[in-house]
Ligand binder design. Sequence first.
Ligand code: ZN
Length: 415
Amino acid sequence: MILEKYSFGIGDRFGRQGKAQLQAIINSKKLGVDITPVWNKSHREHTIIGTAPASVRKEADEAVRALKWKGPYRVDADHIGLANVDLFIDSSDFFTLDVADFTGQTANETDIQTFVSRYKRYTGPLTIPGIDEKFTITTKQIETIAKKFLLAIKEAGKIYRHIEEAKGTNNFITEVSMDETDPPQTPIEMLFILAATADEGIPAQTIAPKFTGRFNKGVDYVGDITQFEKEFNQDLAVIAFAVKEFGLPKNLKLSIHSGSDKFSIYKPINKALNKFDAGLHIKTAGTTWLEEIVGLATAGGSGLAIAKQIYRQALARFDELCGPYETVIDIDKEKLPGPEIVDRWGPAEYADVLRHNQACDKYNANFRQLIHVAYKIAAEMNEDYLNALEKHEKVIAEQVTENIYQRHIKPIFID
Ligand SMILES: [Zn+2]
């Protein structure tokens, strides 16, 4: 099973926006840009909301049927490990092997020394086509990288083989992810991570490194864009090089776990993809939950009332909701409006504060991040929340489609 050149990770917390998201992919196709939709949901998300992996497959199948989508589509078991992969075997055909927790843990000395001697040939000056910088690789450096990453890739190998045994070779797509680590991986680290991946026999089609800068949930990139651009370009060059050197799948490409809405790096990404004629997978599922709330607020009446209720409760349960996301949000509590102020807002005002339009002076990134982590409250509202989604389906769907298409797909893949 081959993943196409461009693919886009969609999926939404409550599984109600499948059609609205797919519509954005259809809009792109009308412009001649083929993008494969990939519905993704992590074990963490399923646990917080109380859903099962089969519900994602159902959402995807139903959306595809309803909109008569004839192109390929996938269902991604996002951020899984050996402990939970079995829950996803039947419903998924894309597996994101998360081995971030194993980075920094050291493999045994024999494995490390075997790896070092195997890749001794890269010591000395190294040029990688597409990168101006000349690298000098030392034995010590390979050893340090092996100590940091070899065990993690060996773990990825175990998960891969476990899935392969259940589903059969070539029946699924494999991603290796280590984006939830600190610090970011350098392009040279990436080169040897890919070497280890090939050694493990993992036919990775996407790899998700941790990039430089902050990828806070639901808001724009915070960091040095020039540095990001440089590393992103180098990563693309390293991947092209590694595919040839180590015999990895020809369509191997980067996967960006964006944490949603990293608008300021979309232009450099678009430029680099064109320059290298490279593919890309980008995950930005969280953005759709926020559009649901924008949609509910815009609908007014009972929709707006629910949006206000979610904010009021989120504020009261700030620490509990933000805890699991501590490392990927930066909320200045001083800049959050009191619930009595929000209660006086009309539909447009609530939507303007929440919607990710940085040109609007009402937009509040602190408010947006808090709502981003507040989906647990909507999950607890249960039928009340789901009925509101149904009642205001049309206005929500407009927001969801427009957001994915205009603010994400267009700048990354089309402009
Ligand atoms: Zn991720």
